[in-house]
Design a protein around this ligand. Structure first.
Ligand SMILES: [Fe+2]
Ligand SMILES: [Fe+2]
Length: 319
């Protein structure tokens, strides 16, 4: 690790400066005392804790995910600004996780690991969340393997998909939220995610034009896999990644809608499809510019190349 202040992706320098300027303190900049569990019914508390708990699975694993990226960026000498930018992405994920953790612990203390469910709804929420974290943990080793085998830029540029969807969904949910604490938390996350999108989109702009045909074909699979995988938090669990047990889907759907009704501000199912479509088209614009084949996604009415995928094509496990 020699001293290296050179920048490979110039636009990451201004983005890193923006990340520092937009930094907030998750412990003190949110008015945590304004989140009163008594503002919600017991069922609403379960639904909200489930939603933020689900979100936290991805935020929590985001910190090591992006930290690994920053180590690899340093090793490959992608540039000083890129390393610093990835450091802020890892930090942001820790902040998102912390804000989610505080909400869950305030609404449903101990959930999920030091919690004994006392009714059917709590049992169902607990079982679903344990299933989500189990599934997410299964993909860590394939993510690490991909890191050993591929170049950082070819690998991490995939993250643009989740960040693009996250930027819009968190910001919109934050704007629609009826509770000041949720609004504040979600808007902070939304601002961070749009910076993260820019970070990975700049990586894509830098690297996609020079990929080999084989790398491009792999990338197309990874892009589709990212959308299918991340959909669990902004929609439905999808195959081949979410091999969920009987009853999971109906619980997931009803808790999402209960969280929405409790004032979370979560976009409805039609809007979720619309957001995903826009996010995927945003990434497609970059892919088209660099002749990267883009997957057909029928559910979003996106026309591209037929791209069959398997569970091995997943490299994005956080966003
Ligand atoms: Fe995040
Ligand atoms: Fe992110």
């Amino acid at each position: 690790m020699p001293l290296d202040w050179s920048d490979g992706i110039d636009r990451h320098r201004a983005l890193w400066e923006k990340a520092e300027a937009q930094h907030y303190n998750p412990n003190t900049d949110i008015e945590w005392d304004a989140l009163d569990p008594n503002d919600f019914t017991p069922d609403e508390r379960v639904a909200l804790a489930y939603w933020f708990g689900t979100n936290a699975v991805f935020e929590n694993s985001g910190t090591p995910t992006f930290a690994l990226g920053l180590i690899k960026a340093s090793e490959e000498h992608i540039g000083d600004a890129t390393t610093k930018m990835l450091l802020t992405v890892a930090r942001d994920e820790a902040n998102h996780d912390e804000m989610s953790r505080r909400i869950v612990q305030r609404l449903l203390p101990g959930f999920p690991h030091a919690f004994s469910p006392s009714n059917d709804l709590e049992r169902a929420a607990h079982r679903n969340l344990r299933w989500i974290e189990y599934t997410n943990s299964r993909y860590w080793s394939s993510f690490k393997r991909a890191f050993d085998e591929r170049r950082l830029l070819a690998l991490m540029s995939n993250f643009a998909v989740g960040e693009a969807a996250g930027a819009v969904i968190f910001s919109r949910t934050g704007r629609q939220s009826e509770h000041a604490v949720f609004a504040n938390v979600l808007q902070n996350i939304g601002v961070d995610e749009s910076r993260h999108f820019a970070c990975f989109n700049f990586m894509a702009e830098e690297s996609w034009g020079s990929l080999s045909d084989e790398e491009k074909a792999t990338l197309a699979k990874n892009l589709k896999a990212s959308y299918l995988y991340i959909s669990v938090i902004f929609g439905e669990p999808q195959q081949p990644f979410w091999d969920v047990p009987d009853g999971f889907r109906s619980v997931h759907r009803s808790l999402q809608s209960a969280a929405r009704d409790a004032g979370l501000g979560l976009v409805n199912e039609d809007e979720q499809i619309d957001v995903w479509r826009k996010a995927m088209l945003r990434v497609k614009a970059t892919a088209d510019r660099h002749d990267v084949p883009y997957p057909t996604i029928e559910a979003l009415d996106i026309d591209g190349e037929d791209t069959p995928i398997s569970a091995e094509d997943l490299v994005v496990i956080s966003f």
